[in-house]
Design a protein around this ligand. Structure first.
Ligand SMILES: Cc1ncc(COP(=O)(O)O)c(C=O)c1O
Length: 328
């Protein structure tokens, strides 16, 4: 069979299989209902990043940008997109090269490597900014130096990233709440989730409020960026009007909320705690809202950090550009 036809068929099947995640009523708080999309039900990386990974590779294949099938997908990722890419690469027979910030733990790196992808570290923290984003710079350099060999889809400015959420996550939220959602509370990394969800929800129910959740500066939460860091994220910069307001949550509050979610039986990562803490804060403002948030990933990437937090009862601050751990 023609390489292109076979790739197209396989990626379409994957696109049918990602998403459609459960929407769970987490709690009723201060006269509001708080629901969460359990994104760890996604089949490839057990995270929300299955959606943009599949949409971006689908887009590239559909536009005829990948014809030979021997291109290597190169991307900077703090973990989940890397795992999703790796799994897609394994299923489609495509090469994948992921550059992760050194802040990523051994588990995250091992998860990427287990897919058969090549994984390289760059000495960055969780929120490298602009020029300091070494992982992104490395991916771009490899692609510029050898564009025939590497394919860099650049999740930070690829329209297929928000499109995944506009075509799937947003409609799922609308349908699962039967159009009753009043407030969407979404963490921001590349901005794909919030921009895509906002596009759909504001078209369906113009009154829906879109709240961006951001961690504090120098945070320890996997997958999200602080508000300052979003300066260097084109998808957010170009779509600021789609965000009604920003809520900042500190590490301690996010970790406590994660602990609570674990005790309720949700095996989530710390960014779910971040989103849940923000949803609770919003619930305190007024009653009668239907708040929907995302639980973006499972506890796989943040398990060790949370275990340290739970056993020591305090934050463990790491200097991720070195390998030392110092406590505060
Ligand atoms: C684990 C994880 N990955 C990714 C994201 C961000 O997604 P996006 O890149 O769509 O902004 C989040 C946001 O909360 C997250 O928690």
């Amino acid at each position: 069979m023609d390489v292109f036809v076979s790739l197209q068929a396989k990626i379409e099947q994957l696109r049918d299989n990602v998403g459609k995640t459960p929407l769970d009523l987490i709690e009723r708080a201060d006269g509001n209902s708080i629901y969460a999309k359990l994104e760890y039900f996604n089949p490839l990386s057990h995270s929300v990043k299955d959606r943009p990974a599949v949409w971006m590779i689908h887009g590239a294949i559909s536009r005829g940008e990948i014809r030979r099938g021997d291109e290597i997908f190169i991307e900077a990722s703090s973990g989940n997109l890397g795992v999703a890419y790796g799994e897609i690469g394994r299923r489609l027979g495509l090469g994948v090269h992921i550059i992760v910030p050194s802040v990523c733990g051994e588990t995250t790196i091992a998860r990427i490597q287990r897919t058969g992808a090549f994984c390289e570290r760059s000495p960055d923290g969780f929120c490298p900014r602009g020029e300091r984003d070494g992982a992104r710079a490395k991916a771009k350099d490899a692609w510029l130096t050898n564009p025939g060999r590497y394919k860099w889809l650049n999740q930070y400015s690829n329209e297929d990233n928000p499109r995944a959420h506009e075509e799937a996550t947003g409609p799922e939220i609308w349908n699962q709440t039967r159009g009753s959602v009043t407030t969407a509370v979404i963490g921001t990394g590349t901005g794909g989730s919030i921009v895509g969800i906002s596009r759909f929800l504001k078209m369906s129910g113009p009154e829906v409020e879109i709240v961006a959740v951001t961690p504090e500066e120098g945070h320890h939460i996997h997958g999200v960026r602080s508000i300052d860091e979003t300066d260097s994220v084109p998808i957010i910069q170009e779509n600021k009007r789609l965000v009604d307001r920003w809520v900042e949550i500190g590490d301690a509050e996010a970790f406590e909320a994660t602990k609570t979610l674990w005790s309720m039986g949700y095996p989530v990562g710390t960014s779910s705690g971040l989103n849940h803490a923000a949803s609770r804060r919003i619930a305190k403002e007024e009653a009668g809202r239907v708040i929907v948030t995302l639980f973006p990933d499972s506890w796989l990437n943040s398990f060790k950090t949370m275990q340290e937090y739970l056993t020591m009862g305090k934050m463990v601050r790491r200097d991720f550009t070195r390998t030392t751990i110092d406590r505060c």
